[in-house]
Design a protein around this ligand. Sequence first.
Ligand SMILES: C[S@@+](CC[C@H](N)C(=O)[O-])C[C@H]1O[C@@H](n2cnc3c(N)ncnc32)[C@H](O)[C@@H]1O
Length: 427
Amino acid sequence: MENGDVIELEITDVAHGGVFVGRYGAPGERGRVVFVPDTIPGERVRVQLVDTRKAAFWRGEVREVLEASPHRRPHIWAQADLSTPADGRPGGADFGHIELAHQRALKLRVVEDALARIGKLDVPATIEAPLPLRRADGSVDQESEDGTGWRTRVSLHVDDAGRIGPFGARSHRVVPVTELPLATAAIAEAAARLDHGRPGRIDLVQPADGRVRVLPRPDARPARRHTPEVVREVVGSREFRVDAGGFWQVHRLAAHTLTGFVSDALRDVQADADGWHLDLYGGVGLLAAAIGDVVGDGVRVTTVESDARATEHAGENLAGWVGARAETARVERWVSALAASAGAAERERLARGVVVLDPPRAGAGQATARAIAGLGPKAIVYVACDPVALARDLAVFRESGYAATTVRAVDLFPHSHHIEAVVALTR
Ligand SMILES: C[S@@+](CC[C@H](N)C(=O)[O-])C[C@H]1O[C@@H](n2cnc3c(N)ncnc32)[C@H](O)[C@@H]1O
């Protein structure tokens, strides 16, 4: 077979990365794996092959759904629907054609598969929606019924012709759009008003004050950089300073939800004031604050983050705890330097402490995971945004004597394949 050929496939599974799996071959044979987006396990689809170079698998695109899954829905983003020609479909909502509850069942399957196949781990996993937030005035902020309107951060792109929009599905082609259903209403309105920009990126950010900031990030950067605006985010009764363009969780309920999940895990492992706790890949100190709230005023916690401005904010955000420190460093270097320099008293406090880590998509990696385990903390709480990287790191932690009892996934990215998970590990 070659690119352009059209085949019929039965879709049998979901894979990591927002694609689905069918096998092409004669009846009775295992057949060649074909990865296809925009479909659902159980569907029969007509697929055009778009990449047949590899021996192990091919890639295809759906041309027609012959037998639809009962979980198929009109796409949440009309322009991303299969009825739009492929080059006019925006990316970022690759599960938007699937009923919300079924998206979560599929994401759980991806997490379970990664744990079993890549991590060789037999750990049960669960999946939940973002936690509802009860405000001081008694009102409850919760996920919208259809799972839209959650993005408080959106990146759009401007191409050389001045077109503004998200990138297309699986491409770096700018696709102008008339709506942004995953964004908050205020961001969608601000995006609709954008009518020009220099080639590059435009970020739209809506912090807790509700006002949308438009942050142009042209490819041709100005010689003189301006000091970034600092905005305020709110989680429960706590405030966090963060650069408008700096890292903050994207779903409007994410910071609150992760604080809840991490606090539950810290209570489960009985984090207390005896230990020296670490918040690795700490950003502006969101999870260090969760440690402080669970452990109490006497907490000793250090947050480690590579971005100097984020660390500066973490220092201020955690100023209410005298035992809190914020350090700018790469985690891999900081942990090995600590391992080399810690004296007996520090080792003892580390052994009674908990390490919370929230690495970027690539995970901590083998060497860093091993070095973290080498510090010998009483427990590790891992916040992961990629199930495959999580499974790899959990396997390293298991070899180092740390076991997880459950993996608690949470859907902080509805209508996309992305998934977050929180895992508590003890020795
Ligand atoms: C997923 S974010 C988590 C931030 C924080 N826990 C939160 O929830 O707001 C990961 C953070 O790790 C930082 N980072 C990435 N690679 C790093 C490294 N090698 N060492 C230290 N920090 C790193 C990023 O700048 C980012 O702030």
